[in-house]
Write a protein that binds this ligand. Structure first.
Ligand code: FES
Length: 169
């Protein structure tokens, strides 16, 4: 008998998992970024089409290689940022994402963190060759740091699993 406790996802999470909005890539995106690690499969890629004059996000899409919460978080985030300026999109936290989804189970908070981490990375990528606005912090925010920590942890776990596989083969 399995000892795993089933996760209680809310209606919105399940709805977006089954029918995600904005799934796919934008071929002519002018900002894009990844957060997560292919090594373990939890990953989000985000693509933004930004109006250069107004700095508004006119289109946003994502690709996800993760769990139901990962897909739902990326999907709702891409909905939340459309027609927002980069400055307003930057202010969205993983807690905003979670609350827009009707809440995430605590073990799934990091899925929202990865979504916001990928968005912030994409926004930073947009400004790499442009003059940086005052509102863009020089230091990584907590969510960006958290996404980096997640990536390091996932890489370490994947390496440990690879070593274990070699030892048992
Ligand atoms: Fe890792 Fe959801 S993204 S469990």
């Amino acid at each position: 008998m399995s000892s795993r406790v089933p996760l209680t996802y809310g209606k919105k999470v399940l709805e977006l998992f089954r029918n995600p909005k904005n799934l796919g890539r934008i071929e002519d995106a002018n900002a894009e970024a990844l957060a997560g690690s292919l090594a373990c499969g939890d990953m989000i890629a985000i693509y933004l089409k930004i109006d250069e004059l107004t700095e508004k996000i006119v289109d946003a899409k994502f690709e996800s290689y993760g769990c139901a919460a990962n897909i739902a978080a990326a999907s709702i985030l891409t909905e939340m940022i459309k027609e927002k300026t980069l400055q307003d999109a930057w202010k969205i936290s993983w807690r905003d994402v979670s609350s827009e989804l009707g809440g995430l189970p605590s073990v799934k908070y990091h899925c929202g963190v990865l979504a916001v981490g990928s968005l912030r990375r994409a926004i930073r990528a947009y400004y790499v060759n442009r003059s940086k606005p005052d509102w863009l912090p020089k230091e990584f925010t907590q969510e960006e740091k958290h996404a980096l920590e997640e990536e390091k942890l996932m890489e370490a776990l994947a390496k440990r699993a690879q070593r274990a596989a070699v030892l048992t083969s």
